[in-house]
Ligand binder design. Structure first.
Ligand SMILES: [Ca+2]
Length: 164
């Protein structure tokens, strides 16, 4: 027996689409349902979405080798319009020190290209920000260390992802 299609006016009890948030919100924040994981030093991953952007000693996540990452999985998919990463190493472009990745399903990640994907980007002064050209549906955000040697010197103190 097939499920009936659109019966009239039932109150939409199924849970699948809660709709957009009332206003753009930092959906990475633990208080807003973001869950942090890392490929290394998992126990410190939560320092990147605790709402504290300051890079105090010991209040950041660090990897160990090139390719290590910390990621935030949101409580559901959101339309992402901007993000900010508080990281001590920045450069003329994001390559060289860190790379950034978005995932629609929380499992498959696609690299983020600042030059193509941002209207306005700030890189330097302890942070990297991007206002995205095209808002994108995402369920997770990943910051990955690309520094080839001494990768542990890259410290991420906070990740903010603005979604609605
Ligand atoms: Ca923090």
């Amino acid at each position: 027996m097939a499920l009936a299609s659109c019966g009239g006016g039932g109150g939409g009890g199924s849970s699948s689409d809660p709709g957009p948030l009332p206003e753009p919100t930092n959906v990475a924040l633990a208080d807003n349902g973001g869950v942090a994981n890392a490929s290394y030093l998992e126990e410190t991953a939560g320092l990147v979405n605790d709402g504290d952007t300051q890079p105090y000693d010991g209040y950041y996540w660090q990897g160990n080798v090139q390719g290590d990452y910390v990621q935030i999985t949101f409580d559901r998919a959101y339309t992402i319009s901007e993000f900010a990463v508080y990281v001590n190493f920045t450069g003329n472009d994001n390559a060289g020190y860190t790379s950034y990745w978005l995932s629609e399903d929380g499992e498959t990640f696609e690299p983020f290209a600042f030059t193509n994907d941002c209207n306005a980007a700030t890189i330097g002064g302890g942070m990297i920000t991007c206002e995205m050209k095209e808002p994108r549906i995402a369920r997770a955000f990943r910051a990955q260390v690309e520094m080839e040697s001494n990768a542990h010197n890259v410290h991420v103190s906070e990740i903010e992802v603005i979604g609605q």
